[in-house]
Design a binder for this molecule. Sequence first.
Ligand code: ATP
Length: 624
Amino acid sequence: MFGARFDPTSFDEGPVNGKKEPILIRKRRLSNTSEDEEDIEKESSEEEVSEEDSSEEDSSDSESGSDSDSDSESESDSESESDREVVEEDQEDLTQDMEVDTPDPDYLSKHSAIFKKFEKSLSKQLPKTDDISIEDEEEIPEVQDLAPLPQPALPRDRRLVSNTNNLSNLNWLATPIYVSPSDTKSFQDFDLSPFMHRNLVNLNFTQAFSVQIAVLNLLLKDIKQNKVQPDFKGDILVNASTGSGKTLAYSIPIIQDLHSRIVPRVRAIILVPTKPLINQVRTTLNQLSKGTNLLITSLKNDISIQEESNKLLTAVPDIIISTPGRLVEHITNNSINLSALQYLVIDEADRLLNQSFQNWCDILMEKIDNSIDISKTWKLRVKKLIFSATLTTDAGKLAPLKFQSPRLVIVNDEEKLVNELYTVPPTLKEFTLKFGSAKSSLKPLILSKYLIQQGKLANVLIFTKSNDSSLRLAKLLQLLFDKLVLSSKIEIAYINSTNNKTLIRTKVLKEFSQQKIHILIATDLIARGIDILSISDVINYDLPNSSREYVHRVGRTARAQQDGNGYNLLFGKGETKWFNKLMNDIGRDHPIEDVEIDSKDIVSADDEAIYETCLHELQKQVHS
Ligand SMILES: Nc1ncnc2c1ncn2[C@@H]1O[C@H](COP(=O)(O)OP(=O)(O)OP(=O)(O)O)[C@@H](O)[C@H]1O
């Protein structure tokens, strides 16, 4: 029965899981008695293992060769050839063995189905393909090659493309580019287009501030080189104090780079945390892009996503300013195409990176990675520009941004890297006014009298810890100043989340900048981004919850290299302790001054009587 010369390619069971099956050993197993079965099984399993090993090796070789398809093909051909030789060699020996053995009848009956199938495949001479009729096709068992199936090429690992510079090596944080806050340089000395020079002069921007010098030097050089040889130079992170001109630092190079574009595509996205900042950045960009046909669009929630999507699809903007939440909604709505994106600016980065709502960072990075067409080698990667006055060095918060060859710029004289890179403006003077906790019931009166004695009756911004305290303090100070200052009317207002509507906030801030409102009381909600150069004094009536919020509060004054004062009211040892803790994280050019002051020197018995009257008056207002 088994005398016919066996052609290994005619066996009807193809390789199992891509591995070559030692056919002849199996035939030997078929022809032997059960007693010997164990030995043979053992022997064949040993041979099988060795064969399998070599076959695994071969198949793994062929897999590893799968990167270059041509190699793997030739390899598997030669393998199957040699395999066939091996199998045929064995064939001679085994056939002799088999003729000697008489098959066991039980064994035969047990496996008759396999034998019949095997006989049929042996006896069939395969007809030429063109003779095969439909019914034949059904009968004829499929013939499979013994060589391992060619493995599919490994998919290119996109991730290898997008974050070659993982944050595992954070040494770029420890080797920043230091820039002295006092550096200045004329904008005329930068290689900018005539329209840009004209716009800067019209805006009275003549001298570039240190953060602008540092960023312009880096980006203008990259832009110039990319015109010749597109090559990604790396992301940029900037830590510069409040009011140091970060907005201009990124607006000028982006407009300079994009102004000569032919087709409008979304090439720059600027993310900021609040609507006031969106308006502020858009105003700056519109002023700087006068004379170009760049289209700058800000995303806001005063129209529906659908309406805004239609606007974005009909008039494709070059530059988009948005909060992360609104941008993510449009990305998931597919109304913004990021394939041409060149710049991603994250302003007030620490606050945005702390806001993990909607997981905006991962969604945005994923979308940017997917929009990189890795086949286009000329395709420049998206350059990420990260700005903050309180830049975090927490790798966990920075990691989602997947930096590539990042460069860290620190505008600071002291070349020491603290854990958090907080800096206050160099032109800011900071003071503490310390009183015993027993005097805290007189806090509004003490503040009013101090401001009157110091002549600070305008351009004063006061921060409180909550909406309620800002409202109460505003009403109480108005009652006090109406009674204590008779020579003029001191107008006092407040901003907090209860009246932070665009129209109201814009009106209040405008009147404050025009000294129609003399003293403004606010919460941290509007601390960041208020850009009113006339603010001369910031007062922490209530201490902030973090050193970061402290920096942003006092950063509302001493902006654009102008002088400014920050006062901190400390009532009792607990508040002094908390204040000292906050100051640990903050770098400054000069020490904080303790104002030597005694409440008796400020507040008289008459004052206290007036204060009592005002408190009753307030009580009535609240209950009326
Ligand atoms: N080179 C310059 N010359 C004169 N004024 C400038 C210059 N650059 C910026 N300014 C002005 O300085 C003020 C602060 O600028 P900007 O808001 O960009 O600072 P910032 O660093 O972003 O502050 P913050 O961290 O508080 O947002 C703005 O009123 C701006 O017009």
